[in-house]
Design a protein around this ligand. Structure first.
Ligand code: SAM
Length: 329
């Protein structure tokens, strides 16, 4: 096996052993278990009721690869893992299995492509520098077009952190989103098939007839509003109406994603027309949503908190004639 200078070995999320003399903490029961789920193979299921914003999984990578990874570099990284870890790795899903085309991907690399997550320390690093990691537990998280969980890479702790985006009942599956979930079922599934090789079996994709048409319309409208609100610099009142419509549609569709973005848009519209009282309310709402999605120390939560404290610090403050806009419903 060729040596692999690019594979950065890291350890999995095992709690460090207590040093002699330190008191042992009572271990917390895990918030999820891995189980078979209908039409999706295995998945993560909540063991207990979890409130919005609860961390249910934190995991360090088994190993990380950069963008130039090959089957050989993955195999080399695996030589630094225990036998059990290697066995667990080869038991993960392989979206490329069964393909008999000449360009067939070898198993170690195919499993890496199917299960790795981006874990870049520098945000927005160029594609060639992007690092991806394998997380043996997190790899069991399935996709949903109405995800109830989100994940962020905590660079300081070198761990992937998963939080609930909304309250979750015991026994409910914990799902993230692999692709953008705005757009119609057809568009979402085309994207999932192209990039991940499967058709989605989530609840939103299982809708039929009128229910499906309504869901598709809500999602395509939210996507349109996403572009339109930011183009409403000249018409803050119209922009606010669109932002609030998007928030209403997100709620109807049960989507927690994008809420912070629209709240922050509403904040920016308020600061533009010097309605700083409403701006504060919107910034606070954006902060609350961001805290639930990616924690209070995430970049979005920190930015929103700063503007909540001082909305006048925003570069658009007072750039339009004074007006009064509406706050959240
Ligand atoms: C990273 S793995 C997720 C865990 C996987 N279900 C398992 O059994 O290990 C990705 C694979 O899970 C399946 N999967 C994930 N989300 C799905 C969904 N919404 N509908 C159908 N299959 C899904 C697909 O086979 C996909 O290639």
């Amino acid at each position: 096996m060729e040596s692999n200078p690019t594979a950065l070995l890291a350890r999995r999320a095992h709690p460090p052993p207590a040093s002699p003399g330190t008191e042992l903490e009572t271990p917390k029961p895990p918030s999820y278990y891995v189980s078979g789920v209908q039409d999706k193979g295995k998945g993560l299921v909540a063991t207990q009721t979890l409130p919005r914003g609860a961390i249910f999984l934190e995991e360090q990578p088994l190993f990380i690869q950069d963008a130039s990874c090959t089957n050989s570099t993955v195999l080399a990284a695996l030589t630094g893992c225990s036998r059990d870890e290697q066995r667990e790795y080869f038991a993960l899903a392989n979206a490329f299995k069964g393909g008999d085309s000449p360009g067939k991907v070898l198993p170690a690399l195919a499993i890496f492509y199917t299960n790795s997550f981006l874990c870049d320390d520098a945000p927005q690093s160029p594609p060639a520098k992007r690092r991806r990691g394998i997380f043996l537990n997190a790899a069991r998280a399935n996709h949903s077009c109405t995800p109830n969980a989100g994940r962020v890479w905590d660079a300081a702790r070198q761990a992937m952190v998963f939080r609930t985006l909304q309250a979750v009942e015991a026994g409910e599956e914990l799902c993230i989103n692999y692709v953008d979930v705005l757009g119609s079922r057809e568009e979402r599934n085309a994207n999932l098939c192209d990039h991940f090789g499967f058709e989605c079996a989530c609840e939103a994709c299982a809708l039929q007839g009128e229910e499906l048409a309504k869901s598709d319309k809500r999602r395509t409208t939210i996507r349109r509003l996403y572009d339109e609100v930011s183009a409403c610099l000249k018409e803050p009142t119209l922009g606010m109406r669109k932002a609030k419509l998007a928030l209403r549609l997100l709620q109807e569709e049960g989507l927690a994603l994008y809420e912070a973005t629209f709240c922050f848009d509403a904040f920016q519209l308020c600061v533009m027309v010097s309605d700083f009282a409403k701006a504060k309310v919107w910034a606070r709402k954006a902060w609350e949503v961001a805290c639930a999605a990616s924690g209070p120390d995430g970049p979005a939560a920190r930015t929103f908190k700063m503007y909540w404290a001082n909305p006048k610090a925003h570069r658009l403050a007072g750039t339009k004639p004074r007006a009064s806009l509406s706050g959240p419903e």
